[in-house]
Design a protein around this ligand. Structure first.
Ligand SMILES: [Fe+2]
Ligand SMILES: [Fe+2]
Length: 187
């Protein structure tokens, strides 16, 4: 897995901005710490982290094209806002190129929306993406604190925060976000 991670890092340097690279390295750092805290293999968290925003900075018009090539079903929301596809495209690419494990594929595929069936690695990526050191917003310190005590609570609170943010901005709610939220409330 180390080899794959290093190859992805090399690709990142070619296709993401410096700003994005800092964010990705922040996610990597945070995901590794959370992996240690919750007893999953560090390298699995690393792979999810380095892969998740691989295509975040490609030109927007390319998202729909690549998604079609990969056979990704494009929702109305994605058609209107193709950048939403960047996680799905990264997951499909990494599956084809490196045959990444299913749970890491899902972690990356749904990192923008959250996912009803997320495993631990999915929650770690989702949370790390929102609390990595370069993130700076109202509740981030609170989220950082709870992430290291209760990953499920952190996932729930961050998802909730994203939903509230989207509503306030009059942004779409993605179906997977709503499903993930409703699923959390069942337990
Ligand atoms: Fe992303
Ligand atoms: Fe990200």
């Amino acid at each position: 897995m180390e080899e794959i991670i290093n190859e992805i890092k090399k690709t990142l340097k070619k296709i993401v901005s410096e700003y994005r690279l800092k964010h990705i390295m922040g996610v990597l750092y945070t995901a590794k710490m959370l992996a240690n805290k919750y007893n999953i293999e560090e390298s699995r968290a690393e792979l999810a982290a380095v892969g998740h925003d691989l295509f975040r900075d490609i030109k927007p018009y390319k998202f729909l094209k690549i998604a079609k090539v990969y056979g990704i079903k494009i929702s109305f929301e994605e058609e209107k806002n193709p950048i939403l596809l960047h996680g799905k495209i990264a997951a499909e690419y990494l599956k084809r190129e490196y045959n990444i494990p299913d749970d890491i594929y899902e972690a990356i595929y749904y990192h923008t929306s959250g996912y009803k069936y997320y495993g631990l690695i999915g929650k770690i990526l989702f949370v790390s993406d929102s609390i990595e050191p370069t993130r700076n917003y109202d509740k981030v310190e609170y989220f950082r604190k709870i992430a290291f005590h209760d990953i499920n609570k952190a996932y729930k609170e961050i998802l909730k925060n994203k939903i509230i943010y989207s509503l306030n901005k009059n942004h779409f709610l993605l179906n997977n976000t709503v499903e993930a939220w409703n699923n959390i409330l069942q337990y």
